[in-house]
Design a protein around this ligand. Sequence first.
Ligand code: HEC
Ligand code: HEC
Length: 269
Amino acid sequence: MPNLPRQVTRFAAALLATAGAALAAAPSSAPGSRTFTPADKPPPPPPAPSPELVKEGTRVFRGACIGCHGEKGDGQGREGKLLPIPPRDFTVGQFISRSTPSGSLPLDADLFRSIRRGFRPEVGMPPFTFLTDREVWAAISYLKTFSDRWKSEEVPPPVEVPSPPPRTAQRVAEGAKAYKEIGCFQCHGETGRGDGPSAAALLYDNGKPVRTADFTRPQDFKVGSSEREIFRTLTVGMDGTPMPSFAESLTVDQRWNLVYFIKSLGEQK
Ligand code: HEC
Ligand code: HEC
């Protein structure tokens, strides 16, 4: 499927152009709400929860998300069904990009980041740069109505990401060793390109094939490729995918070694 990424990108772009036009035509609600915080900045504080916000979110969702995530939020949108990677099923209430422990609900800020940043083009989740901050918050408040988890569970505090120790050649070498010994390479491949012996058989919990990022292309990481973000991914895992949490099985030190090894793969020419 050599042209798939380009097809998905073109398809997402067409969908977004329609969505952007529809939303621009709709009246903007609260005054002073037309700010667009970029994904690499911390999101602004969310507006207070209210039925109006959910209603606005319904409009945003219908304009920009429904084609893929579906009317019921179950990922069964008309276009979504055609994508190689299924759009998130919001009725399950499970998310890959979190700063909260394995198995728990994400922070609102995590969802904000995913929506602003999107995931690499072949994944099909586009970056929503044209939505105002308020529209992103509104979409979040609406997508939370699809799963009862948001009613029955508390969102735990984010995991602690300690200050990174100094990066040394020794740490990179230790990381490379751990990468082999722990079996990261089984899925991610010796050189981190996502072509390990188990890679072809890896599935999302819903049975669809999952392909991991190529570690030599940091711009392709879904959850982020900064040192702290990689540390966090190793700590909390990616729910609903084969990527486990290593919070219990690796010490903080071992996780930093692996972070530096993965970073080094992205710096090779
Ligand atoms: C062109 C298709 C498409 C559109 C349009 C789209 N999404 Fe997605 N979205 C996806 C796909 C595919 C995934 C799953 C990515 C994965 O599993 O790696 C996803 C995943 C997500 C996630 C999950 C992030 C996580 O941590 O698991 C959130 C939240 C999300 N989308 C919100 C939205 C919102 C809000 C909108 C509308 C503003 C939207 N999406 C529009 C395709 C789309
Ligand atoms: C059983 C297979 C498996 C093992 C073992 C595994 N991973 Fe993963 N990993 C995955 C999959 C699959 C993904 C991608 C999930 C997705 O994109 O939705 C992933 C994602 C990641 C990411 C996030 C990339 C991004 O897109 O943000 C990092 C970093 C990572 N793995 C590092 C490691 C390290 C380091 C180890 C060993 C300590 C490891 N993984 C072990 C399957 C595995």
